[in-house]
Design a protein around this ligand. Structure first.
Ligand code: NAD
Ligand code: GLY
Length: 379
């Protein structure tokens, strides 16, 4: 079973990521080790769908380790990643009489994880939380690194905090119930991470996708290995730039993990969070960032083709052909990834070599043309 340790500077918080099978039944054991003996109460935050699949197993394991367990279920979907959901969650934690030494467990995808982490970050100025991610996207990305938060009407993740989990439990068996679109979404985040990490991780991801196709995810050592490789990469970035320092523009800055996200967030916003899963929006965003890189003369055509082929291996993306690129560009301006008023784009020099580019270096004409090319599927 792969185990990784994450150490996030500057506060040197350390936690373990466990990846394997039959791990939900070990939740109590892991919680006891990471929380200590003083922890008494645990609130599981989940949604109805995920809790009905996996909640009882997690709750029983926690109870067997001596915790008193209650659950708070939120609505299913991006629209519930809101301040009002956090407010209800906080009220629940209060009613459950959770104390500083107690904890919250997040059981679900990235939406549940971001909400739970944020509630845990602000309740009593911070209580521990454990991540049990159940989507591929959450297992390779959102559960690791401590970014938590909610959306506002003006854009994605505009309110949040950095709050590292006490432990991350990745049971790959939960992926066997994942719907097809969620698999596509998760693979797109993997392609993103591969593209900014190294040719090795990119190729491993592409090879896995070629072999597995778009079939349902079956539990295998290869699946565990690829998830572990992505977690290890993410942990290595977080370890030396936990807070995504605003003054950093180098290739190891946490900013590079936002590759594809400037356009992804804008696409989610202009489609009212209804048409695209977050990871699907990232798929389009990767293509857009690749096209901008090529049109700026940074990235070779062959590299762009390889990027596009690999995104296609993830599965079908909902069309964005009808979208007006001007409205998407307007939404880009609302993204929080700005410095001195300008968007900082994560682009590519080649696969595995990101470059952060100030928005002033990208002319409006080039941006518009690049988006037109991507939205019209011109590759
Ligand atoms: P999600 O949380 O909405 O989950 C997708 C769907 O899958 C939901 O309907 C959920 O109920 C269902 N589901 C979850 N696990 C399941 C399972 N095992 N079997 C069957 N159905 C299951 O979406 P997501 O893609 O996991 O997460 C997207 C969110 O994550 C976005 O809000 C995004 O902004 C955020 N995110 C955060 C970070 C971070 O660093 N914090 C990184 C990337 C993405
Ligand atoms: N998903 C981007 C980050 O964690 O920084």
């Amino acid at each position: 079973m792969p185990r990784l340790r994450v150490r996030a500077k500057p506060r040197q918080q350390e936690y373990e990521i466990r990846i394997g099978t039959k791990l939900l039944s070990k939740t109590g054991e892991v919680a006891r080790i990471s929380l200590g003996q003083q922890a008494q109460r645990i609130v599981i935050v989940s949604n109805r769908k995920v809790f009905s699949l996996y909640g009882t197993g997690v709750a029983n394991s926690l109870k067997a380790s001596g915790f008193s367990v209650s659950r708070f279920l939120i609505g299913d979907g991006e629209r519930y990643k809101s301040i009002s959901t956090v407010e209800s969650a906080l009220q629940f934690l209060h009613d459950a009489q959770l104390e500083r030494g107690d904890a919250v467990v997040s059981l679900g995808g990235g939406v549940v994880g971001d909400i739970t982490g944020f509630a845990a970050a602000v309740y009593l100025r911070g209580v521990p939380f454990i991540q049990i991610p159940t989507t591929l996207l959450a297992q390779v990305d959102s559960s690791v690194g401590g970014k938590t938060g909610v959306n506002m009407s003006g854009g994605k993740n505009l309110v949040g905090s950095f709050h590292q989990p006490a432990a991350v439990i990745i049971d790959v068996e939960t992926l066997t119930t994942l719907p097809a679109r969620e698999r596509v979404a998760g693979w797109c985040e993997c392609v993103k991470q591969g593209a900014v990490s190294s040719r090795k991780l990119f190729n491993e991801t592409a090879n896995f996708l070629r072999a597995a196709g778009q079939r349902e995810l079956a539990v295998s050592p290869q699946l565990e290995k690829i998830i572990a490789a992505h977690c290890a990469f993410k942990a290595s970035i977080v370890a030396q730039d936990e807070r995504e320092e605003t003054g950093r523009f180098d290739r190891r800055s946490r900013r590079i993990l936002n590759f594809g996200h400037t356009i992804a967030h804008a696409l989610e916003l202009v489609t009212n969070f209804k048409r695209l899963r977050h990871g699907e929006a990232v798929g389009h965003g990767i293509l857009a960032a690749g096209m901008i890189s090529k049109n700026l003369g940074l990235l070779d055509e062959t590299e762009l083709e390889l990027l596009a082929t690999t995104v296609r291996l993830c599965g079908p993306l909902p069309s964005v052909r009808d979208l007006d690129e001007r409205s998407v560009i307007k939404a880009v301006a609302q993204d929080k990834k700005r410095s001195a008023g300008y968007i900082q784009w994560v682009l590519l020099e080649r696969i595995g070599r990101p470059r952060i580019v100030d928005g002033r270096e990208i002319s409006p004409t080039l941006l518009r043309k690049s988006l037109q090319q991507v939205f019209q599927g011109q590759f």
